[in-house]
Write a protein that binds this ligand. Structure first.
Ligand code: ADP
Ligand code: TYD
Length: 204
């Protein structure tokens, strides 16, 4: 779906696990609300039935294609039920993960990244701004110690996330910015707010 057909703004927060997306979404939402913006905060996978199904998946329970299909179903519901209504009401929508996560994570499972993008853009609005939080996989994993359930799990996860990070690194477009998220939280936070305000002043 094309940009610019609605009154609001859509900003996607993207990056590997532990890169700081949810931390910075909350900080940006607070800062922008204080400045008078009408902010809507969203997150994928959602709390809906498909999001629940996704969170209940055991490792290798479904094929990469089936996994892709579940994320697409969840996103369709989110677009129709939450994203489009908020954009049509003129809101500044901040979303923690969007279809760039599908490109990176299901792309890392071997599905063609361009095809994943095409499938999504048939129904999902293209964000005015995509902020990719860049951190090395080790840093992300260290920040979320709970994910280090066992050595085996850790290394498997690490290998997969290296592929995911590689796909994120290759994402470049006029609506995409990469932020060095290894810096202190306050430094990253002010850059995030600055990028969002800058986009609102002169949307691409
Ligand atoms: P994500 O949503 O991308 O998985 P989180 O926002 O949950 O990541 O961050 C994971 C952990 O890393 C949290 O404990 C958070 O406080 C910490 N964190 C986030 N950004 C930074 C940063 N720039 N420097 C240090 N720690 C950070
Ligand atoms: P995540 O944001 O990490 O949820 P939480 O912080 O509550 O654990 O998302 C869960 C996982 O889903 C994460 O590892 C990335 C993955 N994911 C995909 O594989 N494809 C997608 O399209 C999305 C939105 C998420």
């Amino acid at each position: 779906m094309k940009r610019g057909t609605h009154r609001g703004y859509l900003v996607a927060f993207e990056g590997i696990d532990g890169s700081g997306k949810s931390t910075h979404l909350k900080l940006a939402a607070r800062a922008l609300k204080e400045k008078g913006f009408k902010v809507t905060e969203l997150k994928e996978p959602t709390e809906g039935k498909w999001g629940e199904r996704i969170r209940s998946l055991r490792e290798n329970e479904v094929t990469p294609r089936e996994e892709l299909d579940l994320f697409l179903k969840d996103r369709r519901e989110d677009v129709e039920g939450n994203i489009l209504p908020a954009l049509e009401a003129g809101k500044l929508v901040l979303i923690d993960r969007y279809y760039f996560s599908t490109m990176a994570y299901q792309g890392a499972r071997g599905i063609d990244v361009k095809q994943i993008r095409r499938l999504n853009e048939q129904f999902a609005p293209v964000p005015e701004l995509v902020i990719i939080f860049d951190v090395p996989v080790d840093v992300g994993l260290r920040r979320i110690e709970t994910n280090r359930r066992s050595r085996h799990y850790y290394f498997e996860r690490r290998e997969y996330l290296e592929k995911v990070a590689g796909i994120y690194q290759q994402m470049k477009a006029e609506n995409i910015v990469h932020i060095d998220a290894t810096r202190p939280i306050e430094v990253v936070a002010s850059e995030v707010t600055e990028k969002i305000e800058g986009m609102i002043k002169s949307p691409v």
